[in-house]
Design a protein around this ligand. Sequence first.
Ligand SMILES: [Zn+2]
Length: 387
Amino acid sequence: MAPQILSPKEMLEKLVSFDTTSVKTNIPLIEFVEGYLASHGIDSVRVPSGNGIHTSLHAVIGPGDVPGIGLSGHTDVVPVEGQNWSTDPFTLTQKGSRLYGRGSCDMKGFIACILSHAPKFKECDLKTPIHLLLSYDEEVGCTGVRPMIELLGDKLSAPRLVIVGEPTSMKVVDAHKSSRGFVTEVTGLESHSGKPHLGVNSIMAAGELISELTRIDIEMQLRADGPRFDPPYTNVAVALIEGGTARNITPKSCKFSWMFRAVPATGPDEILTRFEKFAKEEVLPAMVKVYPEAAIETVQTTNVPALNAPEGSPAVSLALKLAGQNETFAVSYVTEGSLFEDAGFSSVIIGPGSISQAHAPDEFIEESELEVCSGFLGQIADYAEAN
Ligand SMILES: [Zn+2]
């Protein structure tokens, strides 16, 4: 029996049916992909996570001893909990020209296109190989791709350049902001709320720290020093907070999560350094006067560098040429592209679907975007045969 070839839409239907929310396993999806690739004579290698519930997948189509064109996508999706969906998020549902489903846009649409195209790549007489680089845990700080990147050029064939198919409406993106996330834990001392001078109120201390973050955020907005980005500035945000026991108890502990997305002009440590100085010099002294063990501790939870492709970047030049475009764009979301770039693999972002649909309830992709992406992959195949 001839191996099955799925169209991008059929492939997307299959991929969306796996609930690969980052906290859940992606292994059933990867097993399906391995089986599909194997049925077309394409070998792939897993790079499993330490806890065994996730795995990346690396596949090479074409010669194994030449650096290839990497096509990169993350298999995980953001949660649907708390979102109001009008269709089942894990059943691809067509309404007119739109295909609805979690991940349809971010970014199973791109993965569907490359897998659907894989048998055609395989039939080509490729001079430059095509590498498929599927990861996990992108949505929780781009952590899953890192172990695979470490093996490139060692146990796994290295790409010459990487095309990351995050949704850009098939525009060529050569820059994105950086993003860092932190948890700050404030430890005070409990007391009866009628004896506040015997306690250290952790929530009120956290309030002072958050006010400082608000001041930094406003200053960054005024700088407006990232004209290519929307918004054109670095932003700081507190996104989660917990603390306290009851109204009549001075709260002992308060914890809050905060993050910033920075334009390249912001120094990499500028915000954290300023925040920690404020904590140490302006907030902590009054706390330890009452309770020497009072503390403010900040731990970094995520760190994704900015992508800032250099002038003449091979990945950007190739993407522009094959997509028939002459303009590049900058985006405010992070991608795995900066991690590839920083590891020495020239990277560019271009993929089907609009980022405004990503992460939203009723996420969808226009069917025409899949067609444009498939056309782009055809250009890649032609290029890889000729060069
Ligand atoms: Zn994504």
